[in-house]
Design a protein around this ligand. Sequence first.
Ligand code: MN
Length: 130
Amino acid sequence: VSCRILIVEDNPANQLLAVAVLERDGFEVRIAESGPDALRAIGESRPDLVLMDIQLPEMDGLSLTRILKADPATATIPVVAMSAHAMVTDRDQAIASGCAGFIAKPIDTRVFADQLRGFLQQPAAAESAS
Ligand code: MN
């Protein structure tokens, strides 16, 4: 079963790198460049995981995460935040906003796919246990 990842990222170089790494690993990848773009994409096709850049135009990634977490239709989709500013406060804010995890940019291409797979397994394990 191929997992569908929505990458919310406005930087073209970061988009290309993440897509290349994840497609090589068998993920199905879609890109959104902004918050409104992401909400449209999620409405059309529910992803298994959202990779969320924190610094975005129009609406920042954590505001967008809070919108997704407040809506029962999207609340269970794991959101993993990405930021170049990997300060402890950024990580804390991401978790407080409802993110399942936090990945510092630049991504480590050797472990990136495994990092995301870890976040995908958590909700599946919880469902089978209940
Ligand atoms: Mn950005």
